[in-house]
Design a protein around this ligand. Structure first.
Ligand SMILES: C[S@@+](CC[C@H](N)C(=O)[O-])C[C@H]1O[C@@H](n2cnc3c(N)ncnc32)[C@H](O)[C@@H]1O
Length: 317
């Protein structure tokens, strides 16, 4: 078990904070689910709207958020509980237990606390064990992924989740290097990535290992699979009129959310050439607003991490 991190002044800064509160619009007495509790930044803002009359259900697969949850409970005074687990599993369980919610928020990806803690192995900036598990009890880490995957699978992962131009060259260099000895540390991986890409690209946009690290993190934590499974569970949990908000940081995540909203808006799943509807499915959600909400220039200037954030909201019909 990892030692706890104590809440500080420099915790994770919640992105699109005003937009989240305005569009999810929690009201006194309602039940809010924060599926990605982190440092509790969004949860605190949402809970303030409940005015101690509602309930907040927090979920996070990282057990080190516990001290942040205790602080949240102390400071907001709202009725709250924390579930440790992967949000798709927890939402599915809560839904089948008949728990219902008015607001559900998923703020995807890693938190600043996870990135800033070298022992978690998320950062290419510090040498640390190659790990990247959001849940330190999970069995599969970046170490296994890098050492055991085929060269081809690694290249696919770098290309798909990292949009890495030199995916094949990097995968080949990794496969060659691990024949000598397995990768154990982030620093070793950074060195191999740097050496595998052409010199001019090493000094291009951002750190040369940034995209590879992002891709490994997404794969290790099955981030897209978790999102795909969570959306129907969230829909089932929502009461009519309930609001689902998802903040994504990657085009693949945003596409999953956008397509889910579109399918749920359409309702009918009959093939387009059917003259009349035979499936009988009704629209279940409305995208409110229709388009993704992006951060303002002022927010990006304050918090560059917000740059790629997109918030989509659906209201249950
Ligand atoms: C971007 S941070 C959330 C920050 C939070 N909104 C705040 O304002 O402090 C994402 C958090 O969600 C958690 N997380 C990511 N994917 C998850 C999943 N599939 N199930 C449960 N927790 C997840 C991470 O462990 C991390 O703590």
């Amino acid at each position: 078990m990892l030692p706890s991190v104590l809440p500080t002044e420099t915790d994770h800064v919640p992105v699109l904070a005003e937009e989240v509160v305005a569009n999810l619009d929690p009201c006194p007495g309602e039940t809010v689910v924060d599926g990605t509790f982190g440092a509790g930044g969004h949860a605190t803002l949402l809970a303030q709207r409940l005015r101690r009359e509602g309930k907040l259900i927090a979920v996070d697969r990282d057990p080190t958020v516990a001290p942040f949850f205790e602080r949240f409970r102390r400071e907001t005074g709202v009725k709250a509980r924390l579930h440790h687990g992967e949000f798709s599993a927890v939402l599915g369980q809560l839904a089948s237990n008949g728990v219902r919610a008015d607001v559900i928020l998923l703020d995807l990806g890693v938190s600043s606390m996870q990135i800033d803690r070298p022992d978690r192995g998320f950062s290419y900036a510090v040498d640390a064990p190659l790990d990247m598990r959001m849940d330190p009890a999970a069995t599969y880490s970046a170490r296994e992924l890098v050492n055991d995957s085929s060269e081809r699978d690694l290249a696919d992962i770098f290309k798909r989740y990292g949009e890495e131009r030199y995916a094949r060259q990097i995968a080949r260099a990794i496969a060659r290097r691990r024949q000598e000895r397995p990768f154990e540390r982030t620093g070793e991986l950074v060195e191999v990535v740097k050496a595998a890409i052409p010199a001019p690209a090493r000094f291009g946009e951002g750190h040369p290992a940034k995209r590879v690290f992002q891709a490994l993190r997404i794969e290790v934590n099955d981030e897209l699979g978790a999102l795909e499974r969570a959306l129907p569970a969230a829909l089932e949990m929502l009461r009519p009129g309930g609001r689902l908000g998802v903040i994504s940081f990657h085009s693949l995540e945003d596409r999953i959310v956008k397509q889910f909203l579109r399918r749920q808006e359409q309702g009918c799943t009959c093939p387009p050439d059917f003259p009349v509807c035979v499936c009988g499915s009704e629209p279940a959600l409305r995208a409110t607003p229709r388009r993704a909400i992006r951060p303002s220039a002022a927010e990006v200037a304050r918090n560059p991490r917000a740059q790629s954030a997109r918030l989509r909201v659906g209201t249950k019909v």
